[in-house]
Design a binder for this molecule. Structure first.
Ligand SMILES: Cc1ncc(COP(=O)(O)O)c(C=O)c1O
Length: 395
């Protein structure tokens, strides 16, 4: 068989299909959000170590309703800025913009592809409501100093863990440190429900708001009877089952997604260990003269190998891409989300007077950084062959 290395393989398993078939063969099942969704949320919360989780239809939806919830609880209207990374998925930025906040951008570190903490600290102002961190490509982006300052200044931490399921900081899973944390279960990630996402929190207030936001802004979704009774008597002219609290849309997932999630969760830890084993071997074999290898891998949980070229020569880069294409190694340039968000057309009329020269590291990753697939079934021989191909390129 011809050599090929895709971004993801076997992520939706035979066992997932078996569970789906078993589920849909039951009599009188509810297919939309019901018991299985609740079961998945409970099991996910237990796995992560948080009190509450809300299953939604994508990681982007998780981002959006997280920032909308933040807007709802924010009583200090002066605080209208959210600090965001330049290297992240587009929905992390758009959820901020679409909810009327100003995104304040920060450059990254090469060692973890996350926001540079010293730069975050410099950009904190009286207007800062939150820091919305992305733990990029399996790496932990937190440190003690950041957590201490945010606590002292009463600035919310929001974590996007979509690319780092199972990664830890100080021995605790990422997603436990923020007021709210987000996960994507898109097909390419560590755990998939094909499409899907999760919003997690320890705050009962936020949990109830997020449940309302997930379903059109509908009051009864909060399942807080006391609160519901109070509002029903306040809004006597409304049908009690149709009280809409906040402007929202339908972000629900369904029972089949939850059945897949419950099944996938059983092998998540085992699969993450295999992915970490693969990543360590990959790093060991990669040529340090050609590729950046000095990653901070403590607590990391990799799902895609980062391949960052040391060269700054565009001709060499093009040669490198040609070689990957020739050898059927699927890749994405720009690492997480296609590189520097500040270079994207959608941002042009929103964030003005940005000097791209102030974002040197993300600029390098934008033009010379890649990721290629890392999945549990990858074996030693294949990783060795991939590294041989990469190391042989004349860059
Ligand atoms: C960091 C991050 N946040 C959010 C998302 C969006 O997730 P989804 O594709 O499920 O909408 C992604 C997608 O890959 C991501 O990498």
């Amino acid at each position: 068989m011809k050599f090929k290395h895709s971004l993801m393989s076997d992520n939706f398993t035979k066992s997932d299909m078996y569970e789906v078939k078993k589920f849909i063969n039951h009599k009188n099942i509810t297919l939309t959000q019901s018991k299985k969704v609740k079961e998945f949320e409970k099991k996910w919360s237990r796995w992560l170590g948080v009190k509450y989780s809300v299953f939604v239809n994508s990681g982007s939806s998780a981002n959006y309703i997280t920032i909308l919830a933040l807007k709802i609880i924010n009583k200090n209207k002066i605080k209208n800025e959210i600090i965001v990374p330049t290297l992240t998925w587009v929905s992390d930025i758009n959820s901020v913009i679409m909810n009327g906040f100003k995104p304040v951008f920060v450059d990254i570190n090469f060692s973890n592809l996350s926001m540079n903490v010293e730069e975050i600290l410099k950009k904190i102002s009286k207007k800062t409501l939150a820091v919305f961190i992305t733990h990029a490509q399996g790496f932990n982006g937190l440190n003690n100093k950041l957590l201490q300052v945010l606590k002292k200044k009463k600035i919310h931490l929001i974590e996007d863990v979509s690319e780092s399921h199972g990664a830890t900081f100080n021995g605790k899973r990422l997603g436990n440190y923020g007021l709210i944390s987000n996960f994507s279960f898109y097909y390419a990630h560590h755990l998939t429900t094909i499409e899907g996402g999760m919003v997690c929190t320890n705050s009962k207030e936020i949990y109830e708001i997020v449940k309302i936001l997930r379903s059109h802004g509908m009051l009864r979704e909060a399942n807080n009877k006391k609160f519901e009774r109070k509002l029903i008597s306040k809004y006597k002219y409304l049908s009690p089952k149709f009280i809409f609290m906040y402007p929202s849309l339908n972000f629900r997932n369904n029972e089949i997604g939850a059945v897949i999630g419950i099944n996938q969760l059983k092998s998540l830890n085992k699969n993450n260990l295999l992915r970490t084993r693969n990543f360590k071997l990959f790093l060991k074999l990669l040529d340090p003269n050609k590729f950046f290898k000095e990653f901070d891998i403590v607590g990391s949980s990799n799902y895609a190998f980062p391949v960052i070229l040391k060269t700054k020569d565009f001709k060499k880069r093009d040669l490198f891409e040609k070689k990957l294409l020739k050898n059927a190694i699927e890749f994405r340039r720009g690492n997480a989300g296609g590189g520097n968000q500040l270079r994207q057309p959608y941002i042009k009329n929103i964030v003005k007077n940005i000097n791209l020269k102030n974002f040197k590291k993300v600029n390098h990753v934008h033009f010379f950084g890649y990721y290629i697939g890392n999945y549990p079934s990858l074996n030693k021989n294949k990783i060795t062959l991939i590294c041989k191909i990469l190391n042989n390129v004349k860059i």
